[in-house]
Write a protein that binds this ligand. Structure first.
Ligand code: MCA
Ligand code: AMP
Length: 533
């Protein structure tokens, strides 16, 4: 274990890599001593850097043996495991496009993603093979494999027969590395296309900005089907040649047990709220830690303050999106661009634009706001995605004439340069770090028999930060039952999207223009779970 602490990464030693394939850059971060421990799991397994190198080579050879078309998508809906992470790296290595899918998605959701992305290969759990393979083959996939979190499945059986020598596929900077589906405020989900250069440039900026080093040990407790766990956390550790303590699922007590061996932790605010609820959280546990990162959802100032009081550590909050990876960050060490404030982590803000990211706040006329003025956040940089998969019109709509991406977030700069997000122009609920789009839930609700219309709004929640409340209006003469409506939704949608409360009402509040007044509903239900804000 200690050997990892004493090795220097190849990236740190300035070892160069060929081509633009992100995998090459990540592999250049592996330490010289490949036998050192790269990943230790909560199941008691240990993987060396050599294991990562060999297994990704075998899996990449398997992908290449399938004779897939250039740019083939590899869609993956599996439980978190080191092998699932290797499958992601192998997809990069072989030069194909990784398409991760939340394990909570149900058949209607998977059906849409597979129809839209047309993956050549689908990898799923053995338990879901029946229905997923049907969807996959119906939509033209050539191969469906299984992979489970106990190191079983046809994917591993086949990979075990492949050579562990593999030449990394040459890729151009603009070639796609991944597609991440993000829901739309209207219509269906959009696939955000991220290139090797998008991901690599952001990973390198974060490597420097967060002062990653070979001696770091990351507690990896996030899912690996979204940006935070798959890119921000994983790329950070790999580029630095840092060991990961790999937790299959977040559990506050388990994280606390591992804190004394770790130096870096990343989480959404809910994870910090849950750890604060543990009496065992004391400064003694966090003595070796150097960095706690929070993002994906707004962190309440009271959580930020409570964490500092309980542990002596100041959480670093940062802000990003699937379309852009990371955009802003509070500083880890001195940021020379911001003078006396350049080393301050300011609670309630998401910090400064990262080096290489142009971020502006604009009013409705498109003029740049001055410090303190609230407006739309727009961004530009090598981290900004290549567009939405097969949606050129939608892509064009989301960019300004001068090439800035419209984030849909509303915010401001303060006089010292810190960015604060004050709201969203997009109708979005962020619940425990997962995005829930009211329009999607409403469209499912409106399809149910007897439903005339519906509205879904987000309200404060002590654990998830925000949760959905559904207000459903029956058709004339129909009796609706809220509990059975929720049951119907549960059979069709991922569990985190299910409104935590459902009300059957006579009508929706509307303004003079006939538009539903969601702010009135938010006000009405805001104390339903929590009156703490
Ligand atoms: C679970 N449940 C939820 C959520 N998670 N409800 C609302 N919101 C959620 N996030 C519900 C389930 O539906 C279930 O309800 C019950 O809680 C227990 O489910 P379970 O899976 O056991 O929950 P858990 O293990 O306690 O999960 C909570 C969690 C998880 C650990 C906070 O949601 C999580 O890992 N969140 C992190 C998401 C993340 O990585 N986001 C990054 C996105 P029932 O029993 O009624 O069925 S990347 C991003 O946003 C950008 C780019 C960025 O900036 O990073
Ligand atoms: P996603 O669609 O999962 O990429 O979610 C991106 C959205 O998450 C952003 O547009 C923001 O609204 C939100 N977000 C991410 N990080 C933060 C943060 N630190 N504070 C507030 N909102 C955030």
């Amino acid at each position: 274990m200690n050997s990892v602490m004493t090795t220097t990464s190849a990236a740190a030693r300035g070892v160069s890599h060929n081509g633009q394939n992100l995998f090459n850059a990540l592999r250049a971060g592996f330490p010289e001593t490949l036998d050192a421990c790269a990943v230790e799991t909560d199941q008691g397994l240990a993987y060396s850097w050599r294991d990562l190198e060999r297994a990704t080579a075998m899996m990449a050879n398997l992908l290449e043996s399938l004779d897939l078309p250039a740019g083939a998508r590899i869609a993956v809906q599996v439980e978190k495991s080191v092998e699932a992470m290797m499958l992601y790296l192998a997809t990069l290595r072989a030069g194909y496009v990784f398409l991760p899918l939340n394990t909570a998605y149900k058949s209607a959701e998977i059906d849409y993603f597979v129809q839209n992305a047309e993956p050549s290969v689908v990898v799923c759990s053995a338990a879901n093979f029946g229905w997923i393979s049907k969807i996959a083959f119906t939509n033209g996939a050539q191969h469906v494999f299984t992979l489970d979190d106990d190191r079983t499945g046809t994917w591993l059986q086949r990979a075990a027969q492949c050579s562990d020598q593999h030449t990394v596929a040459l890729r151009e900077a603009d070639d796609l590395a991944a597609i991440l589906y993000t829901s739309g405020t209207t219509g269906r989900s959009k696939g955000a296309m991220l290139s090797h250069a998008n991901l690599l440039s952001n990973a390198q900026v974060l490597h420097d900005y967060w002062d990653w080093r070979a001696g770091d040990v990351l507690i990896h407790a996030l899912p690996i089907f979204h940006v935070h766990g798959l890119f921000v956390a994983l790329h950070g550790a790999l580029l630095a040649g840092s060991k990961m303590i790999w937790l299959a699922k977040f559990d506050a007590k388990t994280v606390l047990q591992h804190l004394p061996q770790a130096t870096v932790f990343m989480g959404v605010p809910t994870l910090y709220v849950r750890m604060l609820a543990e009496p065992a959280l004391t400064p003694a546990l966090t003595g070796r830690m150097r960095l706690f990162v929070s993002g994906s959802a707004p962190m309440l100032l009271e959580t930020f303050t409570a964490w500092r009081e309980r542990t002596g550590h100041t959480i670093l909050e940062r802000y990003g999106m699937s379309e852009t990876v990371m955009l802003t960050s509070n500083p880890c060490r001195q940021d020379a661009r911001y003078g006396v404030h350049g080393s301050e982590r300011r609670g309630g803000t998401v910090g400064f634009p990262l080096p290489g990211v142009s971020l502006r706040v604009c009013d409705e006329q498109g003029r740049e706001c001055t410090a303190g003025e609230v407006g739309a956040i727009e961004v530009k940089g090598s981290n900004v995605f290549c567009g939405y998969w097969r949606m050129p019109e939608k892509t064009a709509e989301e960019f300004t004439a001068d090439g800035f991406f419209k984030t849909g977030d509303v915010g401001k700069f303060d006089a010292d340069g810190f960015v604060t997000i004050v709201g969203r122009s997009k109708d979005l609920i962020i619940s425990g770090g997962y995005n829930v789009y009211p329009a999607e839930i409403e469209s499912f609700l409106n399809e149910l028999p007897g439903v005339a219309e519906s509205a879904v709004v987000g309200v404060p929640h002590p654990d998830f930060g925000e949760v959905g409340v559904a207000v459903v209006i029956p058709r004339n003469g129909v009796q609706l039952d809220a509990a059975s409506i929720v049951d119907r939704l549960k059979s069709q949608l991922a569990n985190f999207k299910i409104p935590k409360h459902c009300v059957v009402a006579a009508e929706l509040p509307r303004n003079a223009m006939g538009k539903v007044q969601k702010n009135v509903l938010r006000g009405k239900y805001r104390d339903l779970f929590w009156s703490g804000t």
